[in-house]
Write a protein that binds this ligand. Structure first.
Ligand SMILES: [Zn+2]
Length: 79
């Protein structure tokens, strides 16, 4: 792509250390079992698949930042 605002492939690194995991279930992207759960949809999803999805979907850097934020699980805040 020649679009100067396009997002560099593979640039997304999600932090899912606070995310949920579970027994292996088929990834929503259909490429095999995943133990990670999407923090947004709570469905089985590889972190790498989510990163590729975000990269493909982001329109620009600001959109990318927003998507990363939305797809990063927050640690439970102690209140
Ligand atoms: Zn996957």
């Amino acid at each position: 792509m020649s679009n100067a605002t396009s997002v560099a492939p593979g640039g997304v690194v999600l932090d899912w250390t606070a995310g949920r995991t579970g027994p292996p279930e088929p990834c929503v992207f259909g490429d095999g079992p995943a133990i990670c759960r999407s923090p947004v949809r709570d469905v089985p999803c590889h972190k790498r698949c989510a990163e590729e999805w975000i990269t493909a979907r982001a329109r620009d850097a600001a959109d990318l930042a927003r998507l990363i934020r939305e797809h990063t699980p927050r640690k439970a805040a102690a209140r």
